[in-house]
Design a protein around this ligand. Structure first.
Ligand SMILES: [Zn+2]
Length: 474
């Protein structure tokens, strides 16, 4: 019997905000333990939470970027459980009226595009962090109360690689939207992976097994790959699977059973009595909607279509949005946008790396790169001189035409002048000249090089080649 995998992902993303979700403590990674805490995020008796407006805005924006609806009513629920890193003994979350619902993400997979439906993206709060030492454990509450968005897919993913590509696409969208820094090293993105298998053709889902708290996408891919094989193996041997939570051991490369999965009723959810529901107005939603930007995949396709760029170039500009913006200005109206892309990706980026600057620091107008390409293509300068012109542009901010004029770098295309250079080169190098006459083609390159040198790189190389051939009589 053949089996297929069904995967759904719950991705927890820390929002980029100045302060925590319900208090004014800094939302800051790496501070000394228990320094960004207050009575609210420590859950002391008698305190009242105040919602973070920026977190609400970024949640709505995320919903829009994920093609979700943003309902005009959302409420807060307490999810009750005891754990040392959870000082309030409950976590504020959104059970039945989340902030955003029913969207989708399109992403590239293999040769085509896949769509995964988004069930919801709801807002909740992070918990503290436990650290286990040799003889005791410590807990740091700096992270407790940091706004956390949980993005839940429908079980539409059919394999480990597909799950991996979806996660990369999701991360790109969140970064583009400025919603989260998505720094995996800092634990800003964590995933729970729900996996089941079923015989191909069966519509009913198999027993769902959840792998908790994955903190790398490659880990998700490996864990899902392992778990799919394991589950199919159990069924093939006539065994049964039970709904449970498992832990991924990255070093060994296996999953291990942690506990049988709890059901929602175990958490005794109830509406939070201290918080008003969030009821966004039309005006507020319109304001958020105005900041929705083009998604990475859409931008990639547009760059390929509008500027005839290969996919790899478009990906560079999508991956670095500021560089992409710069390229679009530089290539606007350019006859050869691919050549402009090369200058931006190679020369400009190299200079920025060298100087530690960003595109915002570039002194010349972006359109100057298009002009530089125009000078090369129009034969005013050759590509070697163009390299020098570019360096001077970068240093001075002057236009390429001004630099060429000022430094007398115009390509020599005057045949009389070039002929004189060629004759000199032939006279000074009778050996190679003779070699060429005797059929040694490569000798021409040597002579050409001598002419270029004599003209300090300004000679039109194509004309030099032709003139030398004429003079040498071939
Ligand atoms: Zn606090």
């Amino acid at each position: 019997m053949e089996y297929e995998a069904v995967i759904g992902l719950e991705t927890h993303v820390q929002l980029r905000t100045r302060t925590k979700m319900w208090c004014g403590c800094a939302n800051e990674y790496g501070a000394e333990a228990n320094t960004n805490v207050c009575p609210v995020c420590l859950g002391l008796p008698g305190v009242l939470p105040v919602p973070n407006a920026e977190a609400l805005r970024k949640t709505a924006l995320t919903g829009m970027l994920l093609n979700c609806d943003v309902p005009s009513y959302a409420k807060w629920d307490r999810k009750n459980y005891f754990y040392p890193d959870n000082p309030k003994n409950y976590q504020l979350t959104q059970l039945d009226f989340p902030s955003t619902i029913e969207g989708f993400v399109d992403f590239e997979f293999g040769e085509g595009t896949e769509r995964v439906r988004i069930n919801r993206a709801h807002l909740e709060e992070d918990v503290g962090k436990s650290t286990h030492f040799a003889d005791h454990s410590g807990v740091d509450f700096n992270r407790a109360g940091v706004p956390l968005l949980e993005i839940v897919t429908e079980p539409d993913l059919t394999g480990a690689d597909m799950a991996y590509e979806y996660l990369n696409a999701l991360k790109a969208i969140l970064e583009y939207g400025g919603v989260s820094d998505c720094d995996m090293e800092k634990g800003q993105v964590r995933c729970d992976v729900n996996i089941s298998v079923r015989p191909i053709g069966q519509t009913e889902l198999g027993e769902k097994i959840e792998i908790k708290n994955m903190n790398s996408f490659s880990g998700v891919r490996r864990a899902a790959g392992y778990e799919i094989e394991r589950q199919i193996g159990v069924l093939r041997e006539g065994g049964t699977l039970v709904q449970e939570t498992r832990r991924w051991d990255d070093a060994v490369g296996i999953t291990e059973s942690m506990r049988t999965k709890e059901d929602a009723h175990d958490y005794r959810y109830f509406p939070d009595p201290d918080l008003m529901p969030h009821t966004p107005s039309e005006e507020w939603l319109a304001e958020v909607r105005a900041s929705v930007m083009e998604l990475p995949l859409a931008r990639k396709r547009r760059l390929m279509a509008d500027f005839q760029l290969p996919a790899s170039d478009a990906e560079v500009f999508v991956g670095d949005a500021a560089l992409g913006d710069y390229f679009e200005v530089a290539a606007n109206g350019a006859k050869n946008p691919k050549a402009v892309a090369n200058w931006v990706m190679n020369n400009l980026q190299a200079k920025l790396v060298e100087t530690g600057g960003s595109v915002a620091d570039v002194k010349f107008e972006a359109s100057a790169i298009g002009e530089l390409v125009g000078l090369i293509e129009g034969g005013q300068i050759n590509s070697k001189i163009a390299q020098d012109v570019f360096v001077k542009m970068f240093e001075s901010g002057k236009s390429p035409a001004a630099i060429v004029e000022e430094k007398g770098l115009s390509q020599v295309s005057d045949s009389g002048e070039l002929e004189a250079f060629c004759n000199e080169a032939i006279e000074a190098n009778p050996g190679p000249a003779e070699d060429f006459r005797n059929g040694k083609e490569t000798a021409l390159n040597f002579l050409k090089g001598q002419v270029m040198k004599a003209s300090r790189g300004k000679a039109n190389p194509q004309m030099v080649g032709e003139l030398l051939k004429n003079i040498l009589g071939s």
